[in-house]
Ligand binder design. Structure first.
Ligand code: NAG
Ligand code: NAG
Length: 385
């Protein structure tokens, strides 16, 4: 221990916050050197380093000095300041076969007691679903949604779009609703390009069972339906973009580009409508995309509930307008599930237990807002939350 014999520099008060002072102190010749002096010296060194570190951190221009001394300083600093990249977030959340579960979230849905809380609750009371949260990435569309995500969840990604405010309740078919939906399609394309397959789920889809065993082995693009006609490859099925399973490959990447590009040809339409327009296009056959529609027996919703609770995987609060109605019916749906789960095994299969929803949600409540500017028609923010 050489340093224990070094002498305390007499000038330490003047420049204890510079590297030179520390260096020259170390160079001073050893003196008689009592243990007590050595301890004082060590304390001073620690203090100097502390002060030095603080002063460097408060002036960015000298951070290069620190990174020359501690080569890992830069990476340490950038980790602390910069948000993780999409690639990092996906990698951390992905399953072994590079699959993630994605949902998008805005301020209105993130608020305490709102949709996000019910979404998490479903994972908690579902059968074998809580472990799936490990693979869920929440894509926050505004700052409030992002900070709420950070409070509650491990994997959050901020996708703020400059000049667009997605934070309010997005009314069906208003202009900001359309922008939000199309932003989502473009974003999902970028996830596929990074090599990740995904289950996309709206946060108003309740997860009651692990859905992976119900996906088709050979489908590239699999999507839930408002109405399911009975055959998984029947293009007349009415898809709902609130729940889909998409494998990352060249066909799906081309398909998402084509879908996103088609918003120009079908200006003013919802991504789901455009999907219905393009699903029979020769281009889709040309790229060889295998589309599969998911049976509402497993992937139901308020439009067409999964009849048998022994089979249901997910239930979507589709066919619903207005936040109050949606939350009302989602809460009843969760209670229905709890009631079902508390039945004895035999009764689960013989009692003919069914959902008590829809109640306040119904197709009739789905007021149309087509082609109307939200600036003219939307009630003030907060009235419907
Ligand atoms: C796309 O196709 C090319 C050439 O056939 C192949 O090398 C590449 O791995 C494919 N990419 C994906 C994501 O499947
Ligand atoms: C649900 O509907 C009932 C009956 O129409 C109504 O009294 C109640 O206020 C509604 N609740 C919500 C949250 O919309």
């Amino acid at each position: 221990m050489n340093t224990t014999r070094h002498r305390v520099p007499s000038s330490h008060n003047d420049n204890h916050s510079s590297v030179a002072a520390v260096a020259s102190a170390v160079d001073k010749p050893p003196s008689s050197g009592t243990i007590r002096r050595a301890i004082v010296f060590l304390l001073l060194i620690s203090f100097s380093c502390f002060v030095f570190y603080r002063s460097v951190r408060s002036s960015s221009s000298s951070s290069s000095i620190l990174s020359r001394i501690f080569p890992s300083f830069d990476s340490f600093q950038s980790l602390e300041i910069e948000e993780p990249s999409l690639e990092d977030v996906l990698r951390r959340a992905a399953t072994k076969d590079n699959t993630v579960i994605l949902t998008t979230l805005n301020e209105a849905w993130a608020a305490p007691g709102s949709v996000l809380d019910l979404f998490f609750e479903s994972f908690g009371i579902g059968e074998g679903t809580s472990k799936l949260l490990e693979h869920l990435v929440i894509i926050a569309l505004d700052a409030k949604a992002y900070s709420r995500c950070r409070e509650l969840h491990k994997h959050c990604f901020s996708l703020e779009t400059v000049g667009v405010d997605f934070s309010g309740e997005a009314y069906f078919m208003t202009r900001s609703y359309l922008k939000m939906m199309w932003r989502r399609i473009d974003f999902l394309r970028s996830v596929l390009e990074l090599g990740y397959s995904f289950v996309f789920t709206d946060a108003d889809v309740m997860w009651f069972r692990n859905p992976f065993s119900r996906f088709y082995k050979y489908g590239d693009f699999q999507i839930a339906c408002d109405h399911y006609l009975g055959r998984s490859n029947d293009l007349e099925n009415r898809p709902n973009g609130g729940f889909s399973y998409v494998r990352s490959n060249n066909r799906t990447i081309l398909f998402y580009k084509y879908w996103y590009g088609s918003r120009i040809k079908y200006a003013g339409y919802h991504d789901q409508d455009v999907l219905n327009f393009i699903k029979k296009d020769p281009y889709i056959t040309h790229i060889g995309l295998r589309i599969r529609f998911l049976n509402t027996a497993y992937f139901g919703g308020l439009c067409e509930p999964s009849k048998d609770l022994n089979l249901v995987c997910t239930m979507h609060a589709n066919c619903c307008f207005g936040m109050d109605s949606k939350l009302h019916d989602l809460r009843i749906m969760l209670q229905d599930w709890r009631d079902f789960m508390s039945l004895p095994f035999r009764l689960k299969h013989s009692s003919g237990f069914t959902w008590k929803v829809p109640q306040n949600c119904s197709l009739d409540s789905l007021r149309r807002y087509d082609w109307i500017d939200e600036e003219e028609s939307e009630p003030p923010r907060g009235t419907e939350q």
